[in-house]
Design a protein around this ligand. Structure first.
Ligand code: MGD
Ligand code: MGD
Ligand code: SF4
Ligand code: MO
Length: 718
């Protein structure tokens, strides 16, 4: 809804909406004149974000006008890309994909869904039918280089991958943060707009937050305590915590006691992992592990939280299982101040009880099991390259840039050239979409209406807010959902139901809310008594539905209605870990380092680097190295070095710092622009190189199939 006002005789309006660029869900107050954006500020009246905003949200106006943005379909020809009409583009895609399917079978078409898909409710609602129409086993997404271990642990413990705990940051008095940097990322699987203030509030109420990270991050700098940890070794740290807890029998199962199984198994899991025994591997002093565990145990409102840096490890699945397990058995679960669950207005798919979405098929080349219908992205490249029945011949990408974002992206870049056909639904002609035969560019940002389907489900309090589109589509532009629907029509082997044909995302949203936790569908008369889209729309700043509340046992979706504390798959992988424990050493050769990543507040994965207002200033694509290591090897600050791995090498300037462990280096992902055939005006100083040209696609968490970015060994030379 727009509120009008008058400034210096020009009529201006205020538009309220939610920023959908990251998980934080900041409310924005946008002043405009119907054509131009005059200012974007944080919406002080948004009950969830209370005025918070970051530099990315403030440039949505630039993104709207961005001359690099594509607005009409492009077709690749011998003389480059040419614009074509929408129907022509849909027909080409339909004909080519149908042709490839009849010639080689369904699995010859691969799908890849990238990160912005989950920030777009229209795309999410229509991606399902699209996938069903294609029916391929070669279904990939950014999930398997990100949060897959969270889903995996949740599925096997609670019966659904979407029942993921969130730290109750608003009420906790003690928060252990492992492998997350919310001051740069603005929080993940913890939607918490204004996270800096929320962390500061913990301290102001006399609490404390501890960061465990191989780098002194932005978050670590403001913390009460920061501990360095060797990359890829968090599983040992967590087992040592469990060792202390089980040794002292400091259990508190609280209200979930009646709904757990396999408690006996966990008592013996960690006996060999004393703090002393893991100290050398992890680089964390045994006394620190004991003290942190005691502090956590002795604080009633405490929570253990792990994210990206803990997911993308060789034992990411075990890590997230252990984090859940420790929170559950120590009285820090489904309880104020601990790990809690949302009660969203529109609950995202919480499948039927006993649903088993694991291992129903395996990838052809490496034999990796599917999970929730997807195969690990790390195997996509070899499924393209390896000839034989079932080889990928065509690729469809949606809102993703795997050339820069997936492990061994350099090899992906080459493999894409060998495809018979490729389609990208993307707003830019970038490192991935340049390989496409057809690019279908949707509306985005201020041109779409928005309801945060996913991140309201992982927020630190319960909320509902609907944002109208600010600007209408121009020159025949299509929304993501309209494009997906048009393609589904051309690719579906069955006639699509009437309901689907006439549907819109808003219609599903309206129904979903009525059928959701606060709606009332019981009788027509009562439709207006519960929460509905009309009420949400009327509250332009959003509706606060209250703090997180206990949700167990109601939420459990396992067949026997119990939380499984020790799923067999995890116990089996623990045995593998045990066999490696004895030989695990920290020694590195003279110029070897363990590689980790990093994010920056003014950057968003592989895109937005063409927005001058965000990337001005010093080059952020550097390899951070401890001053002692740089001295030892004779490297000067900003000197260009070669970072080599098993799969490739990149040239990148050194950034010397005290804020990283010795023996560890950090490189951000998502850079490596300025490639031939792209159309992105990224400033020379900020094009950078792609970290994923050196990450190894064979480095996986064997349990979940998630990419293991953290801790890969690289060599650095002049
Ligand atoms: N080494 C290393 N690699 C990593 C990571 C890491 O930490 N280290 N992080 C991983 C993680 S967590 C993730 S999520 C992935 C991200 O991997 P991807 O999802 O593959 O990459 P993004 O950079 O998010 O690409 C988003 C694409 O969507 C396009 N886009 C933006 N908005 C829209 C829209 O509204 N509609 C459509 N159709 N397209 C849009 C952009 O132009 C861009 O091309 O990267 C992973 N890769
Ligand atoms: N500004 C900005 N915000 C973003 C994004 C972005 O690109 N830019 N991306 C969005 C996406 S897709 C995601 S998934 C989220 C991710 O959000 P976060 O989970 O907060 O991810 P990062 O900021 O990458 O922080 C990961 C931290 O893990 C540390 N780390 C690396 N390896 C290890 C290890 O082995 N052990 C431990 N303990 N720590 C380790 C790194 O040093 C880093 O500080 O951020 C989202 N928000
Ligand atoms: S923190 Fe995230 S949601 Fe908030 S303004 Fe920045 S990008 Fe948008
Ligand atoms: Mo991500």
């Amino acid at each position: 809804m727009n509120v009008s006002s008058n400034t210096k005789s020009r009529k201006t309006y205020i538009h309220y909406r939610v920023c959908n660029l990251c998980e934080a869900m900041c409310g924005l107050e946008i002043e405009h004149d119907g054509q131009e954006i005059l200012s974007i500020k944080g919406d002080e009246k948004d009950p969830f974000s209370k005025g918070s905003i970051c530099p990315k949200g403030a440039i949505l106006g630039e993104m709207y006008k961005d001359p690099d943005r594509l607005r009409r379909p492009l077709k690749k020809t011998d003389s480059g890309f040419v614009e074509i009409g929408w129907d022509e583009a849909f027909n080409i895609v339909g004909e080519r994909l149908n042709g490839i399917r009849s010639q080689y079978g369904n699995d010859a078409i691969a799908l890849y869904f990238g990160n912005p898909t989950v920030h777009n409710y229209g795309a999410l609602m229509y991606a399902g039918a699209f996938k069903k129409a294609i029916r391929t086993k070669n279904n990939f997404s950014a999930t398997s280089m990100d949060q897959l271990p969270h889903h995996f642990a949740s599925h096997f413990m609670f019966g659904s991958g979407m029942i993921m705990p969130i730290p109750d940051i608003n009420r906790t008095d003690y928060m252990v943060i492992m492998g997350a940097n919310p001051l740069a990322s603005n929080g993940s699987i913890m939607s918490a707009a204004g996270v800096q203030k929320r962390l500061r509030d913990i301290q102001q109420r006399g609490g404390k937050y501890v960061v465990i990270d191989p780098r002194v991050t932005e978050t670590a700098k403001s913390s009460d305590e920061h501990l360095f940890i060797q990359p890829d070794t968090d599983v040992y740290f967590l087992l040592a915590m469990l060792h202390v807890i089980t040794k002292e029998k400091k259990y508190d199962l609280g209200h979930v006691e009646a709904c757990i199984t396999n408690f006996k198994e966990i008592e013996s899991i960690a006996t060999t992992y004393s703090p002393e025994s893991v100290s050398q591997i992890t680089g964390v002093n045994a006394n620190d592990i004991k003290r942190i565990t005691e502090e956590y145990l002795n604080t009633e409102k405490a929570v253990l939280y792990g994210r990206m840096g803990v997911s993308t490890q060789s034992y990411g699945g075990l890590c997230h299982w252990l984090i859940n397990l420790i929170n559950i058995i120590t009285g820090h679960f489904d309880k104020e101040g601990g790990a809690m669950f949302t009660n969203p207005a529109l609950p995202v798919v919480r499948n039927k009880k006993g649903h088993n979405p694991y291992g129903r098929w395996k990838s052809r080349v490496r034999g990796l099991p599917e999970f929730e219908g997807e195969l690990p992205v790390s195997t996509m490249v070899e499924e393209m390259e390896t000839e034989g029945k079932g080889q990928i011949k065509a690729l469809f990408t949606h809102a993703g840039n795997p050339v820069l974002s997936s492990p061994n992206g350099g090899r992906m870049d080459k493999a894409l050239k060998g495809l018979e056909f490729m389609v990208s639904m993307d707003i830019y002609l970038n490192e991935t979409s340049k390989h496409a035969d057809i690019i279908l560019p949707p509306t985005t940002g201020l041109e779409i209406d928005h309801y945060d389907l996913i991140f309201n489900s992982f927020a630190v309090s319960n909320n509902a807010k609907y944002s109208e589109a600010l600007f209408p589509p121009k020159d025949g532009q299509r929304h993501d959902w309209q494009i997906l629907k048009a393609l589904t029509k051309r690719l579906s082997k069955k006639k699509l139901p009437l309901m689907y044909r006439i549907s819109t995302p808003k219609m599903w949203l309206r129904l979903g809310l009525l059928n959701g936790s606060y709606g009332n569908l019981s009788t027509i008369k009562k439709l207006f008594t519960g929460l509905n889209l009309r009420k949400i729309k009327r509250s332009v700043h959003g509706i606060d539905l209250g703090p997180l509340i206990p949700m167990f046992p109601k939420l459990i979706r396992t067949k026997n209605q119990k939380i499984n504390l020790a799923p067999q798959l995890f116990l089996d992988q623990l045995k593998t870990l045990q066999t490696q424990f004895a030989d695990k050493r920290n020694e590195l050769l003279e110029n070897e380092f363990r590689l980790i990543g990093r994010r920056h507040l003014r950057s968003n994965n592989s895109w937005m680097h063409n927005t001058e207002k965000l990337v001005s200033g010093k080059n952020r694509c550097t390899v951070m190295m401890n001053a002692l290591d740089a001295d030892r090897l004779g490297f000067k600050n900003k000197e260009e070095v070669v970072v080599k791995s098993k799969v490739g090498e990149i040239k990148i300037p050194v950034e010397i710092t005290k804020n990283i462990m010795t023996g560890v280096v950090s490189i951000p992902h998502g850079f490596g622009h300025h490639r031939k055939g792209t159309k992105l005006k990224v400033a020379e100083a900020h094009a950078g190189v792609s970290m994923n040209d050196i990450t190894d696609h064979n480095r996986l968490d064997a349990l979940t199939g998630n990419a293991a970015f953290s801790g890969q060994i690289v060599k650095i030379v002049r």
